[in-house]
Design a protein around this ligand. Sequence first.
Ligand code: COA
Ligand code: AMP
Length: 636
Amino acid sequence: MANPYDEAHARSLRDPEGFWGDVAEDVRWFKRWDRVLDSSNKPFYRWFRGGVLNTCFNALDRHVEEGRADQPALIYDSPVTGFTVKTFTYRELRDAVAIFAGALAGLGIGKGDRVIIYMPMVPEAAIAMLACARIGAIHSVVFGGFAANELAVRIDDSKPKAIVAASCGVEVNRVIDYLPLINNAIGLAKHKVNHCVILQRPQSPGTLTPGRDVAWADAIANAKPAECVPLAATDPLYILYTSGTTGEPKGVVRDTGGHVVALKWTMKAVYNMDPGDVYWAASDIGWVVGHSYIVYAPLFHGCTTILYEGKPVGTPDAGAFWRVISQHGVNAMFTAPTAFRAIKREDPEGTFIRKYDLSRFRTLFLAGERTDPDTLLWAQRQLEKPVIDHWWQTETGWSIAANCTGIHTLPVKPGSPTKAVPGWDVQVLDDKCRPVKPGDIGALCCKLPLPPGTLPTLWNADERFKKTYLNDFPGFYKTADAGFLDADGYVYVMTRTDDVINVAGHRLSTGAMEEVLASHPDVAECAVIGVSDQLKGQLPLGLLVLKAGVKRPLGEITVEAVRLVRDRIGPVAAFRTAVVVQRLPKTRSGKILRGTMQKIADCEPFKAPATIDDPAILDEIANSLEGVGYAGARKN
Ligand code: COA
Ligand code: AMP
């Protein structure tokens, strides 16, 4: 007999308009939609056409009106600044957001204008996002671990009227001044930014540029609170840049109506949260997890969200997560498997776990990379709570596959994020766009239309949107993940099919790193591969072929190469190893055999492709990789 999950999933595919129309009743609209799904301009589908609403109203004002004014909305917990804890009730957060929205409006920012937010994990980051939403400005948050050059690329693509930033970020072992990075980025960008609002942090206040910069405190001092602006459901809420095949990041657009509808629904359906519950996503607002599950979804649902400025280990120890869970009564937590691998490495017996009261904690959710069965089983054993892997992407904004614990919990199969969430028709296709048999690996694709809250397009790049996601498998969205479905319909996500690697749950482009390395004056050719790493899942490794006649010490060149990637992309790339090789293995048509080199580095068995130009190069590569500590498997 069909269980409630099967029923919900089947209905969502059979009758998407009925399914999402019902879900949308839970949202506060200023004007109801004319059409749940507008398919008149395929492949650009639009949800809730004609509907008018405001994201910030649904996150804050409605809860103040509906009796949650004095409930904590957001708890800021910051071990890196001396264990600061600050709680905002829904009323306090609404007021802080309204004032900052007024400050932005005072700078001439209004509906449709872009605002870049470059901030560490401080409450003002969430306040700035919600303030943009309140006045219809489109925010684009840039992760603090990216370098000035990456920020400049995003400035030129999104053309913001203003940047909202903090004077510094606080990492475990150092304070990072943001203003030099911002000044550098603004200098590199072609687009002129007129205003910067800078939150001066006591850890390292910065020197403001007169005429351009205003301190956050001054900006709000004379501001009048702004009201929520009515917006079309199809108006953009934010742009979030993510890595693709090249160094040019893709601006994923999120619209207004579908986002509120879908995200609010996931809080119950996927995470089994009720209004008033405490929810914690230990990620960063610079990533999609932070957008969806630190800021928006928990607030849409009337939960308390935790904004944590710290790490899983080292702030101060491997008990950091358990301290936060017990101190704030967290009911469900969401983080990346890499965080658990870091904890497991320092506290394999779970000694710290037993020091804290976790009685209110119900479920651990993991995503961002595949949860390896070892980590899943370890976490399950230590916590004695369900551990749920779920699969999603920046593009989708919420999970494609999950165990929908608020609808009907299915048995967990380690290694699988369970089944397609209602709204998602996940199929595994071969390169001729034909479905493959259960158990066979192929391209994981989702039949169009995608559900609400997913990307309607890329920022100012409709053609790129089609080329990247829709053209290869007509009628489907290409996730660029490969995997399989088992006979029970469980999804298994195995690997990316493009040049994206996943480093500590952070999505990075090897193509972007190659572009940086290729700019080194001594480098003729290069390749970057993602090699396995026990903690971070993958780490980038660069192979460099030098220009003829270069006589400098190789060590100098590799050190410069490492520094170049850190300076241009940022520390988050974790690019620490480059090795000089004589030649790169290629097919006869000139395609670099990155996959084969990755297998060599990971000591996995491999066969030299039939199309290889010169098989002897593989032995040279194996020798070079052995020289930098990689196992160097030989072909079988
Ligand atoms: N601003 C500036 N620098 C940053 C930064 C930020 N917001 N975030 C990270 N960095 C820097 C780090 O300081 C580090 O610099 P280093 O090379 O000088 O040491 C570098 O970027 C790499 O950072 P990270 O990948 O976080 O590695 P780590 O060794 O500091 O920590 C983990 C490893 C596993 C503890 C950490 O990655 C983690 O907590 N991951 C949680 C998962 C997560 O948040 N995933 C996001 C998607 S859910
Ligand atoms: P991001 O856009 O940064 O969220 O990264 C998305 C990519 O991370 C996906 O395309 C997958 O490759 C990977 N990913 C995220 N979650 C999972 C998961 N639960 N299992 C396997 N891979 C995942």
